[in-house]
Design a protein. Sequence first.
Length: 155
Amino acid sequence: MDFDMGGFLGGVIGVLGAYGIAVWQLRNQREAEKPSKDRKTYVLATILRQELNLAWDYFVTEDFRFGELFRCVLRMNNKLQEYLPEAIEADKRLFSLITQTIDGLSAISEKYSRQARTHENFMAYETELLTYAEVMRSKCDELIEEIRARNHQDY
């Protein structure tokens, strides 16, 4: 039985070529999906930014009741949680931003739930919620600007 060196080398070269083409195809496919993912991330970041802009509507109450403000925080957290499945598909930074926002608002509420229910504490609670929402909104702006700069376009 003779060893066919030409056949062996031809088979190895064929396998390596097929592997190279598969890697090249996967890279091209990922590059083709990138603008679509960026568009989805951009849209979701814009929606999240708008929700955080509405913090004044959510958190400013007229009768200075803690219970109502706690419910407003829960309502906003529930609204933000609706966007989590899409954020998971779009960009892990956006997912992280949403979860940080929810966790931060919840932590602020937990902090003030243990304090005396005075007018001063209510105003401090409301101010801290609005400040935190503004910080997270600025992070959305940074993400939006990064996507604009990378793609040289506004979706």
